[in-house]
Write a protein that binds this ligand. Structure first.
Ligand code: GDP
Ligand code: MG
Length: 201
């Protein structure tokens, strides 16, 4: 895969749409030079959400369960179960409720280091601890503590692909082949071309 053609999936989750942050979120990614190559607003089905989290990366459920158990223990709390899969299933159930609650905006961005750059701009999973200057750090205040107390998913505005392999599978899950558009942006000459001929008259 050509480096300049790397792709990542971004989903503005229902809270991002309800907080009227669609434009702001797109702006943050777009201004880096990454190119928007696909976009749609949909109300996801529970099946789509399940596939997104469990089919794309079969290890994800267990990993998220392990991470959550460690999280409980580091706060001196007793996890509801010691079985990572059981905890992972509970996380997926909460995500299904959250992600199917209203429209989301699914997008595909393309450009050099798309996955890494988008993760950097998005910020860490928990808004409470995600860095200042990231979308999750700047626009929302949720925490694992609040989400776990209320038995709901953490509201962190965005999903962004974790690596290039995950990205490819996720893009295929959310978009038909012909919904992802190959085109050139005028600014790509400035971003990528070796020679900057033709600017001076
Ligand atoms: P992301 O790639 O930064 O969105 O994070 P992950 O892929 O690890 O997790 C996806 C979603 O699962 C998050 O947005 C959370 O809703 C949920 N999640 C992840 N880790 C945890 C955790 O440790 N505890 C709880 N309760 N939920 C989690
Ligand atoms: Mg993830």
């Amino acid at each position: 895969m050509e480096i300049k053609k790397e792709r990542s999936l971004v989903i503005i989750k229902p809270d991002g749409v309800q907080r009227t942050l669609i434009g702001e979120i797109i702006h943050r990614y777009e201004r880096t030079g990454l190119k928007l190559v696909a976009m749609k607003m949909v109300v996801p089905s529970a099946e789509q959400v399940e596939r997104h989290y469990t089919e794309v990366n079969p290890q994800w459920k267990e990993n998220v369960g392990k991470k959550a158990i460690e999280g409980y223990k580091s706060k001196g709390m007793t996890p509801p179960s010691e079985d990572p899969i059981e905890i992972g299933n509970a996380v997926v159930d909460r995500l299904k409720k959250y992600m199917t609650s209203g429209p989301v905006v699914a997008m595909c961005f393309e450009g050099a280091h798309a996955v890494e750059l988008i993760r950097k701009i998005t910020g860490g999973t928990e808004p409470r601890t995600s860095d200042v200057g990231t979308i999750r750090g700047d626009y929302v205040l949720d925490s694992y503590q609040m989400a776990d107390t209320d038995d709901r998913a953490i509201r962190n505005l965005i999903h962004a692909s974790g690596d290039t392999e995950e990205a490819e599978k996720e893009i295929n899950l959310w978009f038909d082949k012909d919904e992802v558009i190959n085109y050139r942006l005028v600014q790509e000459q400035m971003l990528y071309d070796v020679n900057l001929d033709g600017i001076l008259e």
